[in-house]
Write a protein that binds this ligand. Structure first.
Ligand SMILES: C[C@@](CO)(OP(=O)(O)O)[C@H](O)COP(=O)(O)OP(=O)(O)OC[C@H]1O[C@@H](n2ccc(N)nc2=O)[C@H](O)[C@@H]1O
Ligand SMILES: Nc1ncnc2c1ncn2[C@@H]1O[C@H](COP(=O)(O)OP(=O)(O)O)[C@@H](O)[C@H]1O
Length: 279
């Protein structure tokens, strides 16, 4: 069976403080995007071997792959042994703040559950997802948007009627999520850069991880300032721990226009993709 594994952006990510377990308490709104990976899952029956392949050579194929972690968690929880074939056709760049790995993990949990006759409830899948990563549970819900609390694993579906055209711009460097969170407490705002919430019909957009990330990766605040100077851009923000920046426009034609201008501004090494929320 073949499943769509959507990317996500964070319309807002507020960090409330550090928790005793080393994670940070957050309030975040995660929105699915039309852009996503395709995950093929085949339950082969007898045997226990797992064949995992991926179109992106930079993604690990060992037990550290989040799709593999999801399959192991599923088998451990259900006691169902089988041999499996999983292929990840990647469109979401890895380490981009777009939740690609987390989305794949959620898709494998749901897909394996489907193929095995649905032994696990939605609540159980969400619980398993939370053990794999803070961003996994939001992808278990088949909803266009959800609010995350706690580490981000406590998810509540929200009504999100907007299909917002947007452009994703990912410069050619990944940003390690643990590093970004670790730097948050002592980081400072750069002068002349907008960090304050951007008030939109769909909420007040802000991302507290911009403060640590922008201090080190100065192309990103430069890109945000440039995006906000473009008349077609309604709002612009970094997604998650980055490095992807996204800009929301009124129309898909404007999104295509900004994508072309961004390729010009950032040079050919940047990954640029027009898409929309709601999937
Ligand atoms: C930043 C966000 C925003 O949605 O996404 P991405 O940018 O990764 O897409 C998430 O919080 C990332 O979620 P996820 O990538 O699943 O993180 P996890 O594997 O749970 O945690 C990776 C590491 O990030 C730090 N971490 C993560 C979540 C959190 N609330 N506080 C943290 O301090 C911890 O150091 C943790 O060990
Ligand atoms: N199935 C997967 N797809 C993408 N990345 C994966 C996967 N499994 C493990 N990874 C690793 O997880 C890291 C973060 O992946 P991803 O979730 O795409 O980024 P982010 O957490 O920034 O949104 C990457 O460094 C990548 O090597």
């Amino acid at each position: 069976m073949t499943f769509h594994s959507p990317a996500k952006i964070n319309l807002w990510l507020r960090i409330l403080g550090k928790r005793p377990d080393g994670f940070h308490e957050v309030q975040t709104r995660l929105c699915r995007l039309a852009l996503g990976d395709t995950v093929e899952i085949e339950m082969r029956g007898a045997g226990t071997d797992v064949s995992l392949s991926c179109s992106d050579p930079t993604v690990p194929l060992d037990e550290s792959n989040l799709a593999m972690k999801a399959l192991r968690a599923f088998e451990k929880c259900t006691g169902k042994q089988s041999s499996w074939r999983i292929h990840l056709e990647k469109k979401i760049p890895a380490g981009a703040g777009l939740g690609g790995g987390s989305s794949n993990a959620a898709t494998v949990l749901k897909g394996a559950n489907e193929l095995a006759g649905r032994p696990l409830s939605l609540e159980k899948l969400i619980e398993l997802g939370g053990q794999i990563g803070s961003d996994v549970p939001c992808f278990i819900l088949d909803q266009p948007a959800a609010d995350g609390a706690g580490r981000g694993e406590q998810v509540t579906p929200v009504d999100f009627p907007w299909q917002l055209p947007l452009v994703l711009i990912k410069p050619p460097f990944p940003i390690p999520t643990p590093w970004a969170y670790k730097r948050w407490a002592e980081s400072k705002e750069l002068p002349g850069v907008l960090y304050a919430p951007q008030i939109c019909p769909w909420g007040a957009m802000s991302n507290d991880l911009e403060r640590p990330v922008y201090e080190k990766y100065v192309l990103l605040p430069t890109l945000k300032t440039w995006l906000l100077e473009q008349p077609e851009v309604h709002a612009a923000l970094m997604s998650g721990s980055g490095s992807t920046m996204f800009a929301i426009t009124e129309t898909h034609a404007q999104a295509a226009e900004i994508a072309a201008k961004a390729r010009e501004f950032c040079g050919e090494t940047a990954w640029v993709q027009a898409t929309q929320t709601g999937a």
